[in-house]
Structure formats: structure tokens, C-alpha cells
Design a protein around this ligand. Structure first.
Ligand code: GLC
Length: 481
């Protein structure tokens, strides 16, 4: 039995700000329990939903040397769907109203603490993993600490580390002097072949340098990040480590996202009866959101973190034009104020056409996947993207910019061969996007049979974790034969 430990800053059902949490929440369940014992370590955030906090049981506590202090480390545990979770408790670091704050140096200190604590609790919980699987910059110091601090002791010697990049944009960078002070790592680590990055120290870079294997969440993104445009300054390092870098596309939880059994949607449907049932969800949602009730009107859904990564600049640029068409747009999500206000503005200006829901709600997200005809994702970059997978599962046709995981999961419509599961455009250009949306409108309004056949194909593709979980298992076996 191989022991695998996930270390991450968020995970469903305990805490979520984005796709990382979905992956951390769903992948461990899909790894074959006959051969692998997968456990997960998360921070015990005060902002976790109360029902989840009520699930946690106290295990133990101790004090750990950190940042010139003797810092408290509490351990809690919980079990969900057969997976054991451990939580690091520290009120100084994890008491924010949101998991992540804006004070960069505090974030770095918080996750440096978390990374060191995650390693330190292992003897206490009596779990010696063969492999520690780290996710994103917040856990970048785990491989670093593991290879240096901890390898000296019998318990930790030989543990391997994997670094999975969900988003290269966020790296955890701050001036070398402060990071040295916080982490307690000696000068040796702060050279350009290790943590130093121009004038700063870079935690994700540390993870990439010291991990035994590196993965990212789609094959295309794994190639893209070796180029300057997508590489965020780390393309050189990623090229140098390309033998140890692989892209494994994410899946989604096919139980949770299933239009036939979804508790959140008023009219469940499947690949056979969607022609009759799917539209009923649209009518209900139009009524709920105060849009014009018209089940013929093409509804375009957007469920997203509202950040520049997701291509909202393109939408801002042509939304007035788009609103001249016979379409409706339903948005759900929060993020950068400029995009929140942009959607609020358009919802005010075109109140029967645009619905801006500037918050996050699981039930509403499911209703949008079920009700919409198309799903818009014009990302500037996209490591994998999960919403297009949810859209496909609900027979909602993705309109995407062909980048990263969107390239790997959405096959653009080919009218000559009647192939494809969505619509795609290549260049980050607002009018190219608009033209592609209009191409979709054309098929939706004038070639209903073609549109429905596209739904058939979309609902038939399989992005459950089955295949990808197998690839992670292969990698675990390769690292620890
Ligand atoms: C990040 C990426 C997204 C990916 C998710 C899970 O949120 O931006 O593309 O799907 O992580 O890996």
C-alpha cells in the first residue's frame, strides 16, 4: 500500500475559492484505494462553513520553531467519503474572513508556516507518506523543507515530493531578506538556481526546483508554460525540468455534476430527454433572475472567478454589441471590482437580457449549467478550466478561447464534418470572440438539429476522473517503484 499525502491551501467540501479546491476535493477519492492510502492536509480556516467546522475532531498540539518564535500547531481531523483530512490549527494565521488576504508578506509567512507545520505533524499523526503531493505556490516550500530540514531524520528520509501547478500566475514572491527571515532557510537557498527570482525569493520556484516530479493540469498548458508568454518568468526553469514535467488534465466529480440526479436543478434530464427537459430549467431560471421569459432565446452562462485571467476584458469590449443580438447572459461569481461593476452596469442597462449575480452559490451555479444553451470562457490563459467540463456534462455548449486546458477539452465545431463539442477562437481578440459567439448563435437559431447533435456529442465525452486518476497513479508508481 503506497501512502500519498496531499498538501493544499483549499479543498472541497471544507473551503473553496476556485478550481484548486474542486481538484483537491475530488481527486483523492478517485485514486484506487486497494493500492493507495491518500490523505489530505489543509489549514483550519476560521472562515470555513460552520457545518464543516463541526465535523472536525481535535487530535493534538505542539509548538514548532518558526520565524524566531515558538508557534502553536494544533491538529484536527475529519473523514469525508473515506478520505482522511488533517487540519493545521493556528489562530494567528488562519483567522481571516477569507482564506487569502491582500497582504503579500503575511500570505507568504502564513503558507511558510503551513508548509513547515504540514511536515512537522506527520510523526504525530503517525503517517509517513511515500509521496507528498503539493499544490500551487502556497505549498512550494514543502519540497524545499523536506529535502533540507527534514531529510536529516530517519522518519522523513526518502519521501518524494510532487509539485502540481494549477496556476503559474501566482508564485508567492517577496524580497529575499524577508523570506530568509521568515523561512529560516540559509543563504544557500537564495541563489538564482534555487529560490531567488530576479530580486525576490519565489516559493513556487522553490517547489519546482526541489520536487521530484512536476505536473500541471493539462497537456497543452504543460507545453505553454515552457514559453515566455505563459511562463510567467519561470519558462526557463520549466524547460530545464521538462523531463520531469507532465500535463494531466483535470476531471470533475461525475456524481456531483450529473444533470440526471442534480438536486439543485428543478428539471433533471439526461442525454436522451434533454430536448424536452433542459429548456424547462431555462424558463425557471429566467423567472428566478427576472430575465425575459422566453425559452427560445439563447442563454449564455458565465460562472467564474472574475479575474483578468478569464478574459473579461474581451467581454467588456463588445458586450454592448453583443446585447443587440437575441441572447441572454447570466453571470455568477466574484472577484476584481472592475469586472463586478462592469457586469452590474450591463445588468442595469439591459435588465431583461443580462443578469449579474455578484456572489458565489453552488446551487445557482448548477442551475446556470443546466439552464444555459452556451457557456462562455474566453480565457487569456487557462491551466485546465473546470467549468467547461461541467458545461459539457450538462449539454451546455462551451464557447472558449483555445488556450491551455480549453484546447484539450473542447473540440471546436466543424460544420463540414458535423464534429465538435463547442466553439473556439484562437486569438485574444474581442471581435474574434464576438464572431465566434455569433457563429454559435447561427447554429442555435438556424440549425437546431446540428445544435442538438452537438449537445449529444458534448454529453457523451467523458471527463470524469477515471483516466486522469490512472495517470496520477502511474506517476506515483514511477516515483516509488
Ligand atoms: C486554477 C486554474 C484552472 C484549473 C484549476 C484546477 O484555478 O486557473 O484552470 O482548472 O486551478 O486545476
Amino acid at each position: 500500500m503506497k501512502k500519498i499525502l496531499f498538501v493544499a491551501s483549499e479543498g472541497v467540501p471544507f473551503i473553496k475559492t476556485g478550481g484548486l479546491a474542486d481538484v483537491v476535493g475530488s481527486l483523492p477519492k478517485e485514486i484506487d484505494k486497494r493500492f493507495f492510502d491518500v490523505r489530505v492536509i489543509l489549514p483550519k480556516y476560521r472562515c470555513m462553513p460552520q457545518p464543516m467546522k463541526d465535523e472536525l475532531q481535535y487530535v493534538s498540539n505542539f509548538y514548532m520553531d518558526f520565524h524566531w518564535k515558538n508557534e502553536y500547531v494544533g491538529i484536527f481531523q475529519a473523514e469525508v467519503d473515506g478520505i482522511k483530512y488533517y487540519f493545521i490549527d493556528n489562530e494567528y494565521y488562519f483567522n481571516g474572513f477569507k482564506p487569502y488576504g491582500d497582504d503579500v508578506i503575511f500570505e507568504i509567512e502564513k503558507y511558510a508556516y503551513f508548509s513547515k507545520a504540514a511536515l512537522s505533524i506527520l510523526p504525530v499523526i503517525d503517517f509517513r507518506p511515500d509521496i507528498i503531493h503539493c499544490h500551487d505556490w502556497q505549498t512550494g516550500l514543502v519540497p524545499v523543507y523536506l529535502k533540507e530540514r527534514f531529510q536529516g531524520s530517519e522518519f522523513y528520509r526518502g519521501i518524494k515530493a510532487i509539485m502540481t501547478i494549477h496556476n503559474l500566475k501566482f508564485q508567492g514572491k517577496w524580497d529575499i531578506k524577508s523570506v530568509k527571515d521568515i523561512t529560516g532557510l540559509p543563504d544557500y537557498y537564495f541563489t538564482p538556481d534555487k529560490l531567488a527570482f530576479y530580486k525576490d525569493a519565489n516559493l513556487l520556484k522553490g517547489g519546482i526546483v526541489y520536487a521530484d516530479a512536476i505536473t500541471t493540469v493539462s497537456a497543452t498548458y504543460a507545453e505553454e508554460i515552457k514559453t515566455p508568454f505563459y511562463g510567467e518568468g519561470l519558462d526557463g526553469l520549466l524547460r530545464a525540468r521538462s523531463n520531469d514535467l507532465r500535463g494531466i488534465v483535470n476531471g470533475i466529480d461525475y456524481e456531483e455534476f450529473n444533470p440526471a440526479t442534480d438536486k439543485h436543478i428543478p428539471h433533471p434530464y439526461n442525454a436522451i430527454n434533454f430536448r424536452k427537459e433542459k429548456g424547462k430549467n431555462k424558463r425557471d431560471l429566467q423567472r428566478e433572475l427576472g430575465l425575459k421569459e422566453d425559452d427560445k432565446c439563447m442563454m449564455i452562462g458565465i460562472v467564474s472567478r472574475l479575474t483578468d485571467q478569464k478574459g473579461f476584458d474581451l467581454i467588456a469590449y463588445v458586450l454592448d454589441e453583443l446585447c443587440q443580438d437575441a441572447i441572454q447572459i447570466v453571470v455568477l461569481g466574484t472577484g476584481a471590482e472592475q469586472y463586478e461593476n462592469m457586469f452590474r452596469h450591463f445588468a442595469w442597462k439591459y435588465s431583461d437580457k443580462v443578469s449579474a449575480n455578484i456572489y458565489y452559490s453552488d446551487p445557482l451555479s448548477h442551475k446556470i449549467y443546466a439552464a444555459s444553451d452556451a457557456f462562455l470562457m474566453p480565457s487569456l490563459f487557462e491551466p485546465c478550466g473546470l467549468s467547461q467540463l461541467m458545461a459539457l456534462r450538462y449539454g451546455t455548449i462551451p464557447i472558449v478561447r483555445q488556450t491551455g486546458g480549453l484546447t484539450d477539452t473542447v473540440e471546436p465545431y466543424n460544420k463540414f464534418e458535423s464534429k465538435g463539442t463547442g466553439f473556439g477562437f484562437l486569438n485574444y481578440n474581442a471581435h474574434e470572440m464576438l464572431q465566434t459567439i455569433r457563429e454559435a448563435e447561427g447554429v442555435y437559431y438556424d440549425q437546431k438539429r446540428e445544435w442538438n447533435k452537438m449537445i449529444d456529442r458534448a454529453m457523451a465525452v467523458d471527463f470524469s476522473w477515471k483516466v486522469s486518476a490512472g495517470k496520477y497513479q502511474e506517476m506515483y508508481d514511477w516515483l516509488k517503484p
